[in-house]
Design a protein around this ligand. Structure first.
Ligand code: S3P
Length: 433
């Protein structure tokens, strides 16, 4: 198991950009493959999760060329959704997005495919997508009541359209249904309790696929082929989040992040950090497939806040690093309505609580969140990533504020979303001792 040693730094000033957005990179690959011709993708995230999607599509007969820039510039040759039987199981690795979105595509294919995953993915519930996809006519077989992987999908060309009310605000559920609905015979709708990230809908619009959003409901008409177009993937706000907190929690620190995605359904972290006391300014460019731009963060002493309700889907992946911000803030921060965290790459409520306690922080854990008493000096500790990239990176940032050494065990998982993070944090530490 690889480890990372972190020590306290006395200041923080950085100008950087982060690798491409993971959610958008998966979608760019899949929609380009469904399109009617070649699409060049720039800013692609060449991380383990997105490479799992790339390998899956290649196994399904899609031609993908790497054009350069460290694998971030690729060309995907769209096959109009006429995929080949991969003839063997597809390994989705650690990536829930690969498995759930791909299931939406496979639901209408005229062959049987098995999707497998690593130990973490093999524990995650797939009944949330199996249920609607079966209603549309596919056959999906997983393990046990929660339909965990391996998942065997028997596709059915000419799926039945669906009107589906998702019990969970989840972009993965919504996207799996929208991908299947592209091949259904008629109009399908999906609604959710709160709006989740809307990258799929934006990409559908960008590739000229007719869909309509009314409140929390999206409708799409089947039988459409996305138009091939080049796609630029902005930097991942979920990766930027680690540096945003590193700067926000330190009086006088300054951070400039350029070319980062600023989709309104993803930037809950900016509102939270702002109300905790940091200064944030944004410059947004809305001319591409996704809004993107530059953020400047100037740090100050943070104060506690409350996070819950409709804000949760807009920052769901940032809760581990926001919990670290809460530990560094004065007062008690409450995070609620976040029960989805229990079924991510790890149980992120218990992983965060356990590791914060190791660093000397008082945390009360609830079924759907936690209360964190912040403001005491963090103690360096041995941290267990539990194979979860966001836990490993959140606690590496915590280590920059802690007295004594912090040892993060199991940092290889960082490669799933942020190649280059370890290099970046080591450089930061060597510049600021
Ligand atoms: C994702 C959606 C979120 C997020 C995940 C990526 C996506 O999951 O946690 O990291 O790309 O659609 P849910 O939609 O299931 O909440």
């Amino acid at each position: 198991m690889a480890e990372l040693r972190i020590h306290k730094v006395k200041d923080f000033a950085a100008e950087l950009s982060v690798p491409g957005d993971k959610s958008i990179s998966h979608r760019a690959l899949m929609f380009a493959a469904l399109s009617n011709g070649p699409c060049e993708i720039t800013g692609f995230l060449a991380s383990e999760d997105c490479l799992a999607t790339m390998d899956a599509l290649t196994a399904m007969g899609v031609e993908i060329e790497t054009l350069g820039a460290g694998g971030t510039h690729i060309r995907v040759h769209g096959c109009r959704g006429q995929f080949q039987d991969p003839g063997k199981p597809i390994d989705c690795g650690n990536s829930g997005t690969t498995m759930r979105l791909l299931a939406g595509i496979l639901a209408s294919q005229p062959f049987v495919t098995t999707l497998t995953g690593d130990a973490s993915l093999s524990k995650r519930p797939m009944n949330r997508i199996a249920l609607p996809l079966e209603k549309m006519g596919a056959k999906i077989k997983g393990q046990g009541e929660r339909c965990t992987p391996p998942l065997t999908i028997t596709g059915r060309p000419g799926l039945t359209p669906i009107d589906y009310e998702s019990p969970v605000a989840s972009a993965q559920i919504k996207s799996a249904i929208l991908l299947a609905a592209l091949s259904a015979e008629g109009k399908s709708t999906v609604s959710e309790p709160y709006p989740s990230r809307d990258h799929t809908e934006r990409m559908l619009n960008y590739l000229l696929v007719k869909n309509i959003r009314e409140g929390d409901t999206v409708s799409i008409w089947g039988g459409q082929t996305p138009e091939s177009r080049d796609i630029h993937v902005p930097g991942d706000i979920s990766s930027a989040a680690f540096w945003i907190v590193a700067a926000a929690a330190r009086k006088g620190a300054r951070l400039l992040i350029s070319d980062v995605g600023l989709n309104p359904t993803r930037i809950g972290i900016l509102s939270v950090i702002l109300r905790m006391g940091a200064k944030i300014t944004e410059r947004i460019d809305e001319s591409g497939c996704e809004p993107m731009g530059t953020i400047e963060v100037v740090g100050d002493g943070l104060v506690a806040t409350e996070i819950g309700g409709a804000e949760i889907p807009t920052l769901i992946d940032e809760i581990p690093i926001l919990a670290v911000a809460a530990a560094l803030a004065k007062g008690k921060t409450v995070i609620k309505d976040a029960q989805e965290l229990r079924v991510k790459e790890s149980d992120r409520i218990s992983a965060v609580a356990e590791n914060l306690r190791r660093m000397g922080v008082t945390v009360d854990e609830f079924a759907d969140g936690m209360e964190i008493t912040g403001g005491t000096t963090l103690k360096g500790a041995e941290i267990h990533s539990l194979g979860d990239h966001r836990i490993a990176m959140a606690f590496a940032i915590a280590g920059l504020f802690a007295e004594g050494e912090t040892l993060i065990q199991g940092v290889e998982c960082i490669e799933t979303s942020y190649p280059g993070f370890i290099r970046e944090i080591e450089q930061l530490q060597s510049m600021s001792r």
